[in-house]
Write a protein that binds this ligand. Structure first.
Ligand code: ITT
Length: 216
């Protein structure tokens, strides 16, 4: 049976990266919008994994209803729709792990990332370089047609820089300094970022896991 992944995200930055990462693995991926379903559940969990499961679970329920009603494109040909999601964020050690799971909501969901990053840099103004360690974390969740679910975590380590630089990536990338490149994650190419990112690692690990289980 043909397998495809429906990705439960409304974040265009994530969509771009996810499509690139998964395209390299020869698996079809649709966003929830492309699949004709849409959900924006409250992220009430207390961890990246819990929130990823909330997002994938709510879209999986809509997908199963659409399959049952014959509304899902490709269902007549017996397509196996696996729903995945990504819950991610920036974990700053000097801020006790903040903004963490609240990264998108930090200082207000509609506040610009320039303001969010300047706020964090201001909070860290007296913190020496060694104390400016941070990481991006992503939990990728997958919900199978029988309701079984899995989560996988990925991390990308770096430092909170002293300035904003670069126009690739999205969100907090322009102040996230990668010592191995001596650049921010917005200054390296998307291909370079996907090779080392939290999202790239978690997605590849999830695909490997599902392949090992012969689900993909
Ligand atoms: P969905 O829930 O629809 O997927 P969202 O943006 O609300 O979209 P999250 O709740 O997972 O997603 O929040 C993740 C936030 O963490 C994201 O909005 C960025 O601010 C930040 N973030 C995660 N990964 C990032 C990356 O690779 N580069 C820069 N910022 C990132």
């Amino acid at each position: 049976m043909k397998k495809r992944i429906i990705f439960a995200t409304g974040n265009p930055g994530k969509v771009r990266e996810i499509k690139d990462i998964i395209a390299d693995m020869g698996i079809e991926v649709l966003t929830m919008r492309e699949a004709g379903v849409e959900a924006d559940p409250d992220e009430t969990g207390t961890s990246f994994e819990e929130n990823a499961l909330i997002k994938a679970g709510s879209v999986a329920r809509l997908v199963r209803e659409a399959e049952k009603d014959g509304r899902m494109d490709g269902e007549a040909q017996g397509v196996c729709n696996i729903v995945m999601s990504d819950d991610s964020g920036l974990v700053v050690d000097a801020l006790g792990g903040a903004p963490g799971i609240y990264s998108a909501r930090f200082q207000g969901r509609d506040t610009s990332y320039i303001i969010k990053m300047n706020y964090i840099m201001d909070q860290l103004k007296d913190v020496p370089w060694e104390g400016r360690t941070a990481r991006f974390t992503a939990a990728v969740a997958a919900v199978l047609p029988d309701g079984t679910s899995y989560t996988v975590l990925g991390h990308m380590e770096g430092y909170i820089g002293y300035e904003i630089s670069g126009s690739n990536g999205f969100g907090y990338d322009p102040f996230f300094y990668l010592p191995q490149y001596q650049k921010t994650s917005a200054d390296i190419s998307e291909e370079e970022k996907n090779a080392i990112s939290h999202r790239g690692k978690a997605l590849r690990a999830m695909v490997e896991k599902l392949k090992a289980l012969e689900v993909l």
